[in-house]
Ligand binder design. Structure first.
Ligand SMILES: [Zn+2]
Length: 298
């Protein structure tokens, strides 16, 4: 009798208020197909066979609008192996990704979301100086445009493992309508052993936040891959992943991931936009032309 009641409750009632998974439904999931059907329905949010799927044209139009709104130059949420767009913006890839072509020689795992995938018309050593030099005017301008303050650029030093490391500190503005309005960010940079100046820079960044809720529960791991192309330009790829260092409720993790990835997408969109402006500037073009002339003379 009890089983019949369960079937009626979960099999026929379409009131959304009764669709959430309860303890009763989980416990009885193996007792009958009706309860299993309920679980499937809850997982997808739609009844089997009746889910309204967008047409291919609709999906393509929505993706195009989303990318165009943010930045034409940035490739967001793409699977490294296939190049396909990941539909759920905040969902992390569940499989470890394999190095794509263009990442040859880099020994990193390339995990997490791919935030940047661009070929820039600038030599790889020059791009390294722009992004990672301890005296980079480009980084200073980028943070100034983002209204960040108290920027401290560290210089590269050799650590006990023989790897080059540096630190960067900056206070960034937060866009959230509630909560703190700024956060102190410390970034720890490490050049991987596979780096070959002139050809490949492989840099890991551990980004730690202070002054925000759950600041000690997580950090953000960022990986930069900069590879020289055959025509002396640079292929820039950036990956990022939120790493949790303390056990935290799933709902809190989702909250942290959502806001962290929002911040990352926003930052790298700004960074790429500023890079393109910088590379196209007359001053930078003069430097590039001089560099090309010297290369031809050699
Ligand atoms: Zn890499």
């Amino acid at each position: 009798m009890k089983a019949i009641k369960i079937k009626l409750k979960y099999g026929l009632n379409t009131n959304p208020k009764t669709k959430s998974i309860s303890g009763t439904s989980r416990q009885s999931s193996s007792k009958g197909s009706v309860t299993n059907y309920h679980v499937r329905k809850t997982a997808t949010g739609n009844e089997p066979g009746t889910a309204k799927r967008p047409t291919q044209a609709e999906t393509h139009r929505k993706e195009s609008q989303r990318v165009t709104r943010t930045s034409r130059a940035v490739t967001f949420n793409t699977d490294v192996r296939t190049g396909n767009v990941i539909k759920d913006k905040w969902k992390l890839p569940t499989q470890r990704t394999e190095p794509a072509s263009g990442l040859r020689g880099c020994n990193a795992a390339h995990e997490g979301q791919q935030l940047v995938n661009e070929v820039l018309r600038v030599p790889v050593d020059m791009l390294f100086d722009m992004l990672f030099s301890g005296t980079s005017k480009f980084v200073e301008r980028l943070h100034a445009k983002r209204n960040s303050t108290d920027l401290r650029l560290g210089i590269w030093k050799v650590n006990r493992d023989g790897l080059l490391t540096r630190e960067l500190q900056v206070t960034v503005q937060l866009q959230a309508s509630v909560g703190p309005k700024c956060a102190r960010v410390t970034e720890y940079y490490t050049q991987r052993s596979c780096c070959k100046p002139g050809f490949l820079y492989s840099i890991d960044v551990k980004s730690v936040n202070a002054g925000i809720p759950y600041e000690d529960a997580f950090y953000v791991a960022i990986h930069y891959c900069m590879l020289r192309t055959a025509d002396n330009n640079t292929e820039l790829k950036v990956f990022a992943e939120v790493k949790f260092v303390k056990s935290t409720w799933a709902v809190i993790q989702m909250f942290i991931q959502k806001h962290a990835y929002e911040g990352l997408h926003e930052y790298f969109s700004d960074l790429l936009q500023e890079l393109l402006i910088e590379i196209a500037s007359p001053q930078r073009q003069d430097i590039l032309n001089t560099d090309r002339s010297l290369r031809i003379c050699k």
